[in-house]
Design a protein. Sequence first.
Length: 290
Amino acid sequence: MTFPLVIKNLEKSIDDFHLSIPDLAIEEGTVTAVVGTNGAGKSTFFKMMMNLVKQDNGEIEVYGHSVRDVDDSWKQQIAYQAQTMIGCDAFTGEQLRNLMAELYPSWDEALFRRFSEKLNIPLNKKVQKLSPGVKTKLNLALNFGKNTSILMLDEPTAAMDIPSRNYFIQFLLELMEKGDRTVLIASHQADDIKKLADYLVFINKGRVSQLLEKDSLASSYRLFWLKEEPPVSRVPGEIKRTYKKVILSNQPDATMTYLSQNNLVIVDEQIPELEDIIQEILMEGEMVDV
Ligand SMILES: Nc1ncnc2c1ncn2[C@@H]1O[C@H](COP(=O)(O)OP(=O)(O)OP(=O)(O)O)[C@@H](O)[C@H]1O
């Protein structure tokens, strides 16, 4: 197994904000979604990965090379998309394309053209004249064109319309098919996470969770519809109760054992939607270890 990105116990303090990231090894061929509320530290995490923000402690390695090495040729293996395009206003898409094609030996013209043409990106217009959504699309086209083995995308779909977002998801899934690319994506869009992610990492107020496998995370939660309201305010595993008889549990086995021992009839049970699980984790500030 190859781990293109390895993080070793990172710490960073900015004023009163403290970011703490445990050991994480991101496996080749996977998409990891970085999920957190506003201001939780997602962008700071990405900037540290790109060595744009220096960590106070710990280490980040890209294909075994420390990002703090004097030799920063590892950057050619990463396409990093920040939330905004800085310093690009005076250039047209074509001019930026020429620049990127020179900087990245792996540049793939077909990938760039396919994405740009499908989303009707006006490559002859200066970036400053583009709407926020079109800027994002151009940024994505340029990053896809770099054809790097690692993509690090900070909220890439935030300003995009629904058809474009769907095309982006389809395009990225196609790129992943060969299994040699690795993606980190920060997103607030449940749909992006549901369709793209293999793993999730949660950030709550600067505290970063372990890598959680998306499917195991979903199946570790269960919604139970009961015939009657339970006699206690909280049954084992219960994290939320709605309509008095619907219980969300993050320990389904313990919940089921209790219900059966107390003759409480389950009318129906379901794995909750990923969006609901994410909402619970973010609202409760719960750090999950499954
Ligand atoms: N240069 C800076 N100076 C001071 N504080 C900073 C700086 N950069 C980030 N922070 C603080 O670090 C914290 C994390 O910010 P960050 O932008 O990483 O959050 P985020 O999770 O990406 O948020 P969002 O979802 O809103 O994009 C915030 O409290 C922010 O105020």
